[in-house]
Design a binder for this molecule. Sequence first.
Ligand code: SAM
Ligand code: SF4
Length: 327
Amino acid sequence: MNKQEIIDILSDNSKNDWLFKEADRVRRENVGDEIHLRALIEFSNICKRQCFYCGLRSPNKEVERYRLTKDEILLSAKKAVDLGYRTVVLQSGEDDNYYSDKLCDIIRSIKELDVALTLSIGEKTFEEYKAYREAGADRFLLRIETTDKDLYEKMHPYASFENRVRCLEDLRTLGYEVGTGCLVGLPNQTIESLANDILFFKEIDADMIGIGPFIPHHQTPLKDEKQGDFWLALKVMALTRINLPNINIPATTAMETIIPNGRLIALQSGANVVMPNVSDICNRKKYEIYPNKAGVNDNELEVRQQLEEKFAAIGRTISKEKGFRSR
Ligand code: SAM
Ligand code: SF4
């Protein structure tokens, strides 16, 4: 689709039913009915950045900060493997405590468990990304958040849009499966810029795209802003599926958080991935990027069983593979 076609669909709600059905069809024909599960471990909520939207931003002094040791991370990873997960996602704030050698050691130990490993730890240098890749990391998630450079730089003090793009290029050069994505509903974000986001995903040939509505957090500068619209976020996600048919698209936790069954609706509108949280419950509460995050109190074993039932009810099964992009 060209930019105008995307804008027209985003601006017109009368075609929503068609759009969601079409995205579901494209998903089925290109990546099938299997859902890939990724076990999420939030290993540190310490962050040096100041992203305006995020509850973990460094100026938020109300957060009880934590960071996990290697043994604690490995314990969660082993639990994930025992529950049948084939991918582990290590996510954190931008925490320099995990310097290259330390993180590489953790990556190597997790890789011994025969899982795919995804990192989601923010902006690093080429050399750092290279070291993690050589240690065995397979994938990296780094949302562009918005392709509107002015908006990006307003939302991210002391950070540059160019560096964000540089990171994504480096990850691609190093042979990672590259995941990116955007927030929908940032203050002053336009429909045109959302269309540009989708075109950007296509331009960099991203392997995974996570799209989530912006949810205001009471301890951030955006506390009084309006929450992102679920249906608009779903439309961006559905259009992403139609324009990048064979990629992996998660039904995001933010979608589940703002409307009941948001995740199941997303899975029927183009998504094929779910990322259940396997972090320790008491740390999950401290990893509050936005309030009332879905799944914060859920028991991992029960979640695994419930998901299987919920997916079966919509004619879907859980994949037993590592779930790389199908080309
Ligand atoms: N620190 C790493 C980074 O920023 O890439 C990884 C962790 S960060 C918490 C993961 C994602 O959370 C971000 O890419 C951002 O899109 C999302 N996020 C943060 N605050 C949010 C909010 N208030 N509403 C919705 N999503 C949010
Ligand atoms: Fe830190 Fe990521 Fe939150 Fe930004 S979005 S403040 S980098 S944890």
